[in-house]
Design a protein around this ligand. Structure first.
Ligand SMILES: Nc1nc2c(c(=O)[nH]1)N=C([C@H](O)[C@@H](O)CO)CN2
Length: 118
């Protein structure tokens, strides 16, 4: 299966389990791989037949801006549901990193695979 990629997309979100984290926005970094067959889009040179990475990036930015969660796990799961529903994505791998969370780590986070991600 082919992939459409979004790498190192920076977003701002209310995210964290502690009280002080509910009053600030923190940076999350998103990596997304979407399973798809690109041949129809390529054969017709037609964006309407492709997973539009620009539109999907905007969706992720808007999602982060308009939701507040405790766990990065919840952010990842809900974002995955939203992407699959709104863009008809059949399978994906989604990584959510929280770079500022652990002082001595470059970043921490989660990676999930949902749907038919082969
Ligand atoms: N598995 C997780 N562990 C932790 C999370 C999380 O979202 N998933 N969150 C925190 C705190 O919010 C932390 O990021 C504050 O610095 C701790 N552990």
């Amino acid at each position: 299966m082919d992939r459409v990629l979004i790498e190192s997309l920076g977003v701002e979100a209310i995210i964290g389990v502690y009280d002080w984290e509910r009053h600030i926005r923190q940076r999350l970094v998103i990596d997304l791989e979407m399973a798809t067959d690109i041949r129809d889009a390529a054969a017709n040179d037609d964006l309407d037949k492709a997973l539009n990475y620009a539109a999907i990036s905007e969706h992720i930015i808007d999602f982060a801006d308009s939701h507040a969660f405790g766990l990065v796990e919840t952010f990842a799961e809900r974002l995955s549901d939203s992407l699959r529903q709104d863009f008809g994505i059949t399978g994906l791998s989604l990584t959510v990193r929280k770079p500022g969370a652990v002082t001595d780590a470059e970043s921490v986070g989660v990676r999930i695979e949902r749907g038919n991600f082969v």
